[in-house]
Write a protein that binds this ligand. Sequence first.
Ligand code: F6P
Length: 548
Amino acid sequence: MALQATNPTTTKSWKKLQSHFQGIKSKDLRELFASDNSRANDLTIKWDDFYVDFSKNRISTETINLLTELADEVDLRDAISKYFEGDVINATESRAVLHTALRASKSAQVFVDGENIIPEVYEVRQKIKNFTKAIVTGDHKGFTGKTITDVVNIGIGGSDLGPAMVVDSLQYYKNHLSTHFVSNVDGDHYQEIIKNLNPETTLFVIVSKTFSTQETLSNANSIRAWFLESQPKEAVSKHFVAVSTNIDSVKAFGIDEGNIFPMKDWVGGRFSLWSAVGLSISLALGYENFESLLTGARKMDEHFRDTDLDQNIPVISALLTIWYNNFFNAESEAIIPYTQYLNQFATYLQQGIMESNGKYVDRTGKEVDYQTGTIIWGEPGTNSQHAFFQLIHQGTKLIPADFIGFVESLHGNKDHHDKLMSNYFAQTEALMNGKTNAEVSTELKEQNLSEKEIEKLLPYKVFKGNKPTTSILIQKLTPESLGKLIAMYEHKIFVQGIIWNIYSYDQFGVELGKQLAKTILKELEVGKNSTGHDSSTQNLIDFYKNNC
Ligand code: F6P
């Protein structure tokens, strides 16, 4: 059954939110805290090893009530059931959206075209498990009998970002295998990676849902050609495996059927790390850690599916995006993890969030008359504090930010971890409270500055504060907690799409540039003419051709 299609701005709750916004928009977070002793507790959700404090947002409990009323009015509950049950909610591509089925328990039943897909999910998992074991233990040898030491994942977008982010984030749990990721069609990318590799001890995992992506096929072809410079053709089967839905094209590429890890079209590329796309994760971290990642995601799925909306972490988190995006007109959101391990987390979420919800056509085929997808960006703290925090503190834009922190550090260096976490706490406090005229003035007096000097400096030193943040504090970075965190954002994306009345699971917007590039590529060949472009593009192409 189709998803309900309601323009959110026509709902009763939207009107109520508009008038509520008029009352709260100029309220200061300091005032909100001063007038309500239980605010911090009331606006915090504790679940499992997650402590999520929403209280430093420009909301009241009334805001949450109205936002959840909005969610009810667009029938979010019904949409959630359809999402988990495999309804064709990716209607523009006529597909179900079932990354949740990839981490469901073995006894679950999820039907696609009348068939329970869970047994097949577990069959693929078993294949990943067996292959991982063979590679990690050294049972699977390369063609010349040597043990595999390096794994190269060749893919792009969802076939790269998820596995690359997880392997990097969980590098503490890594085994002896060296893992590399080749994604960019820029030949320098793969050349840099292969230059230190021994083909006899390297396994290449080609990951492409469609097996038609230019970048991945070019990289795979070039790498195979490099491999064949030193190895015989028969060696390919020991060193190349593939993950795809397009079995025929994989076979045509020359990969043995036994070396294919299948995936299904009901898994979206940017949500696919839980499928066979996660093979590199399993190889790098061991299958048990891959399974823990899936377990964490499943726990978050259950929380999301079964918890009341006002106590539901992904739901509240998504509703706050609606609040800032559509009422405060905030254009972007920052994701700031206070762990170097999550260095690639914002990059990963950029695809997840922006490819999903960067849409201007609603579920009735009409252009929306309100804002949708937010711009996502971020870097780990404390590095980001020394890069772009100035703008968040004293710039002219409102940037709601998620601060992700961990109670325990992995290497247990308490001195450093306390310093890191003191910054984590201090930044959200500073963003909220800012520094008043009076506080700055007292501080400058204490530094023995003259009245005149104080008057001159004061406006620059004042921090208005009232900058919203959400603190996500997790016990420890483990495969399981990372699984929960990723799934939290996946569900947040889903809820946003439901409220904005858009289809979150297609990505037609990336097609046009790809098509044009194909045409231009032919024109770049020596001796070929290039015509018919606008004068700017034509000049650029001519300049390139004349100088390369
Ligand atoms: O960028 C567009 C896109 O289709 C993504 O959605 C996808 O993750 C990526 O390209 C790679 O696609 P494939 O896995 O089919 O190579």
